[in-house]
Each structure stands twice: as C-alpha cells, then as structure tokens.
Design a binder for this molecule. Sequence first.
Ligand SMILES: [Zn+2]
Length: 256
Amino acid sequence: MSRRGTSIVPSLRLSRSICLVGSGRLGFELSDPYDCHVYALDCGSSTLLVDAGCGRAPERVAELMAGDGLDPGAVEQIVLTHAHADHIGGAEALARKLGAEVWAPAPSAATIERGDEVATGLAEARERGVYPADYRLAACRVDRRLEPGRAKAGGVALTVLATPGHAPDHLALVVDVDGVRAAFCADLVFARGRVVLAGLAAADDAACARSIRALAELEPDVLLPGHGEVVMQRAGEHLATALQAFDAGRRPPSLI
Ligand SMILES: [Zn+2]
C-alpha cells in the first residue's frame, strides 16, 4: 500500500469512451477543490477534454488520465463551455502541457484571451470568498472560436448548442457515443434538475429555461454536468424536473 497522499488515483471511467479526469469539492474530489468536472472523451484517433478546471493543479488531470491508462498526449482539443474561472482557469497550463488546442465560445474568446477577471466574474466571486484571495486567472490563447452548430473532433461529430442562462456565452456539447446520446451540459443544469443562477449578475432564468428545453428536444440519455452527480440514463427526466419548476413560475432548486 502506498503512503497516504502519494497514491495515483485513476480517473473515473463513466463509459467506454468517457472518463472524469478532474473534479472538485462540488463533485468527486479528484483534483483541486475549486475545479469543475473535467471530462475526457475518446474520439478514436484523439482525445478531447471538456473544460479545464481552475488551474490551481492542472498536472492532476494528466496524472488522473495516466492512472487510468489514458494517454494525456492524445489530447488534441480542450473545449471550454463558458468563461467562468473554475472551467477555464486551467486551460492555458493544460494546453501547453498536453500540446492541445483550446476551443471556446466565440462571444467570450476575447475575455479568455485577456484573462479578464472582471468579465468572467472572478474578481467579484473572489471578493465574496468563493475563490482563495491569492487565486489569479491565467490568460489563454483561443485557437478556435466555437459557434453553435456542428463540429468534429477526431472521428466524433459534436453538436454545439448555445445554452445561455447560467452564463450568456454558455455552450453544451451533445455527442452520440457508446450507444447513447451524451450531453456535456456544464453549468446549464445539473442532476435532479438543479441549477446555479443565484448570485450571478449575468444569469437569465428565462434563457435558462429555453436552453434546457432545447437540450431536452435532443433527447439525451446521459447528462454530464460541470459539478455534482452524473446521470448515466434517463437524462430527460432530470431535464423535465427543471422545466416543471420553470413552467410553474418557480426557479428550480439550486445545486449550491
Ligand atoms: Zn459556471
């Protein structure tokens, strides 16, 4: 048995092609406590990461991949879902370490390239104690400005869906893989129809409801949010729970 703190923990394999390779305290505590979920999607000839974590321990993502026999060197794209620090802060270090491109929502590409702590909401969130006082956002070059529509990574076709609500620039990725339809929905909606809208200056409840409805129309089986539990089947029931609350004029319960 290895000494405590020195063991290599493998990533969490969710399906043949999808692994969770980073996760913070609002999840599975695989990497830095402030990290969002970071997913690795095997695209055949290459690997794609969804989101990058906050950047306080970017080396953990590569360690977690290696611990599960995944090749960090196969990562060709890091797709950022929206410009919040817990999702984008690790992008620059990870892209450099892995030799990967960074794809980001077109509307926030300039914000990400400046490492803009005001536009991302980090400055205000740090004031409120959401992030440590010494945490800083690393600027990151964006190689591809993602627009809604279709994109291709390796041998896998991605549907890129504009999903404003939690954040105006928010994108979700939908992919048919391993015999199911999986939705990487980041912070749009979480398991059991939870949301994160409170305390965010740019959040928009009506847009959130429309975005969840648009995602539900694609009939995903698997829901892979940016925090909390993952949903490996019957994703539509979790989306319907959120929509029922919106339809009744209520904001769904918050994840946090
Ligand atoms: Zn967010």
